[in-house]
Write a protein of this length. Sequence first.
Length: 600
Amino acid sequence: MTFSGKVVDEMGDPLPFSHLVFEGVNIGTISNEDGLFKLVCSSETAERRLVISLMGYHTKKIYLSKGFTEIILAENVTQLAGVTLTPKDYGKELIERAINAIPDNYPMAQERHRGFLRETTEWDDNLGSPIYIAEAVIESIKKSYQQRERSGEVKLIEFRKYESGLLDSLKTRIHAGSHHAHRFDVVHRREGALGRPSQYAYKIIDTLRQGDKSVYNVFFEKKGKLSGNVFIQDSSYAIVKANYKYRSFFDIPDQRRQFLNFEVSYEQGSDGLWRYKYSHYETGFRRQNKQLLLTSTYVTSSTDRNNAKIPYLERMQFNDILLEDQKEYKADFWRDYNIILPDEKFEALFAKAQNSNNLEEGNEAVEEAEEKVPKLYKILRRISHEISFFHTLIRSNPYTLNYNTSTFGLERANNGENRSGWGIRSSLLYEVGPNLHVGYVVEGKIFKTGVTSHDLVITKAINLNPKGRPIIISPELRLGHQQMDWYVDTLNTSGDFTVKGTSFDSDRVAIFLSERVFRAVLGIQLAIEKSNTLHFFLNTGFNFPFSGKMGVLLKEKDGFFLFRKKAFLENNNENLVIRPNTSSVLENTCILSAGLRFSL
């Protein structure tokens, strides 16, 4: 059954964002900016009373009838004219009590929330003409409020969007829009003053009435960072509403953020517990002497104790952009769901898009816009970056070394020794085909003895777990150049000397055995996906050197590190004689690494 109506005050003015929920069940919605609402429920639920509440107004309970229903709420406000803090910080005390009472006021068992989300973007000089609109039904798994939770599982149930021809002017999207129920749940996240109350200043602004309870409006502020209001019920210390205004955030190049505000409210269920009900987020970026406005609104329409996990492949990731989803839209889908009613202009835009089987007037304009904006983004999506620590065992074969200059003489003999070579590896990969990547890999040593290398790589990813969280095995081939340095000694020199045209004038010079070779590396990588932008991996490779040369590397030890001179002297040049028992003086076979892979 479907019911519609409007919530107004005693003067007939609309009351936006009023809470409407059927008594005894967690099924409901909120009114839109014009006070209008739509409710979809079973005939059994329709026999229950509808509870309508809004802070500052008397709660009302009615039975709905078919047709359009106007619901009038009477004002119920008790004002305290700007109560300023006394030496005892009552505002802080209220916040601390509210934090301590979270386990008593919010669900301790995992629950499944279903809700409606709407995103819009528009320029401030063209308000009312959205660049795009995205609407979705979302399922979220909400964990226990016993401890702080910053994220959770989310699934997209249904989706529709409208895109205008202005989309080619837009390079900004809302990330994490589908994660509203997690991102803006300040109670669950213990965000701001709810996490570190000692860092904020407080003032009790006024008290309001909600039902038969008083609610304190506590203002909090951290100068230059964050301010807002937390609304706390006087008897239970439940947080029933909050709004946050951030003043400090990371700027995005060429898109300077002007503001970031959001509001969230909670609704008390028949079990006495408060649940995440509604959130509204808005932010603005200054671009080309005008402001880009991004807004999103979410309302929970139902909750249940179904605590089964959302299968990994069905989850929306935190950084997913809702606008990019390609889920097929069903024209009559919204008939079966509680949504925030849009204004008539929005509905006209969707109807226009649906009737023309397009999302904008003029197919060519849309196709051109789609080509301009996503092209660079699609290229960036194909790029991934790996950073890892690596280890290789370096062996020096038995050798003798003789090297004499005008200022020092060096003689060494070694019967063979193993040392660990530790370093950092960085890789930049580009996907040229389905799961086929090519890229560049650089390795740098951390300690004196170690490996430095530069390689080109080609790798093929194979998903071992296509029905769940991806576990990826990737054979790879690397071709490049490797330099192994084996620390021998630091010599104190009595005067200047020259090696390969480089004049050394430092009093101390480090001497390394150095083997420089071209090589091929056959490797294999095992990775597990943390999210679609982050993987953990282990990698092992086997080194096959060829066409190398050995010698000594000399490095100055004194002076600013960027200006210290160094030179490589190849064997059998300038009185250097190295006699290994085999064809090479240094060798390494196996390379192990562990690290992270990042992508957009």
